[in-house]
Design a protein around this ligand. Structure first.
Ligand code: C2E
Ligand code: CA
Ligand code: CA
Ligand code: CA
Length: 287
């Protein structure tokens, strides 16, 4: 097996060149980083659009690299998925988020935070231990299951029996599942029939430009058509919605006109440390 690995290594490096080598080094670096506790979780508030009240948070992982500084997930999640390191990394994010959310609820009360969400990769859903790990993280933290949201993408959901079984089991446990980046996949609509989603997150690409007044009546406006279709569908199916990537007050207005009540984006709040969220919750507690 070792020899085969060695041969494969040489072949791939010769065939594809430096990016693959860099990629393999990244895999080793990620392992080291996990052992060295270099990963941190930041939280982006999810806000009510009418009064800017925080309703939830989404956990987002960051890598505090000793030489390169803070590295975003776009630069290492793909490698973590390919090497399988997403499983221990995802376990860290899960446990940390549950622990932190339970601490916020204990400090600021049950009304302070409706839910805490985190991203789950297809690779994690394939792991036969995943459901038990979620149950363990909830039990150890004391976070009630209905406060946890697991965000999955359409492509992750479309991975067959094992994933489907895991998702239904999580749903039966009372955990809420969110379809992330909704509308970007190829089969968003049919997926909703088979998948026990509680929340759909309207992808940023449909929020971009939604505020532009092109002179057309709203019903004839292609920029708004998907956002409108998604909210109508969500209502018909009894799902909650979150509009993602909101960057301006004009987008808030346009989304509210379409019926969206909850959103996420730099205009509302950027990802922040747990202390940053605590300050938001503390401020609200006194006012
Ligand atoms: P996502 O799940 O769609 O998360 C939202 C991303 O959009 C985050 O990027 C967030 O910082 C960014 N964002 C939020 N509001 C705005 C906005 O108004 N404008 C723009 N341009 N961006 C906004 P981030 O943190 O870089 O994460 C990127 C992706 O990496 C995430 O996309 C998610 O797919 C993945 N990811 C992050 N953390 C984890 C994790 O713990 N596990 C897994 N499996 N994936 C993760
Ligand atoms: Ca997400
Ligand atoms: Ca998203
Ligand atoms: Ca228009």
């Amino acid at each position: 097996a070792k020899q085969q690995g060695k041969a494969g290594f040489v072949r791939y490096v010769e065939g594809l060149g430096e990016p693959v080598l860099a990629h393999m080094q990244l895999g080793g670096e990620l392992r080291r980083a996990l052992d060295n506790d270099e990963f941190r979780v930041v939280y982006q508030p999810i806000m009510r659009l009418d009064d800017n009240q925080l309703v939830g948070v989404e956990a987002l992982v960051r890598w505090h690299h000793p030489a390169r500084g803070v590295v975003g997930p776009g630069e290492f999640i793909p490698a973590a998925e390919r090497t399988g390191l997403i499983v221990p990394l995802g376990r860290f994010v899960l446990r940390e988020t549950c622990r932190q959310a339970a601490a916020w609820l204990a400090e600021f009360g049950p009304e302070s935070l409706r839910e805490a969400g985190l991203n789950v990769s297809a690779r994690q859903l394939h792991d036969p231990d995943f459901v038990a790990e979620v149950a363990g993280a909830l039990a150890d933290s004391g976070l009630p299951c209905e406060r946890l949201v697991l965000e999955v993408t359409e492509s992750a959901v479309l991975r067959g029996q094992q994933v489907s079984r895991a998702l239904h089991e999580l749903d039966r446990m009372g955990i809420r599942l969110a379809l992330d980046d909704f509308g970007t996949g190829e089969s968003s609509l049919s997926l909703l029939r088979a998948f026990p989603a509680a929340i759909v997150k309207l992808d940023k690409s449909f929020v971009d430009g939604i505020e532009i007044d092109d002179g057309l009546p709203a019903a004839a406006d292609a920029r708004q058509a998907v956002a409108r279709a998604v909210i109508q569908l969500a209502r018909a199916l009894g799902l909650d919605t979150v509009a993602e990537g909101i960057e301006s007050p004009e987008q808030v207005t346009a989304l509210r006109e379409l019926g969206y009540t909850v959103g996420q984006g730099y205009h509302l709040a950027e990802p922040m440390t747990a202390d940053g969220v605590s300050r938001l919750l503390a401020r609200r507690a006194v006012s």
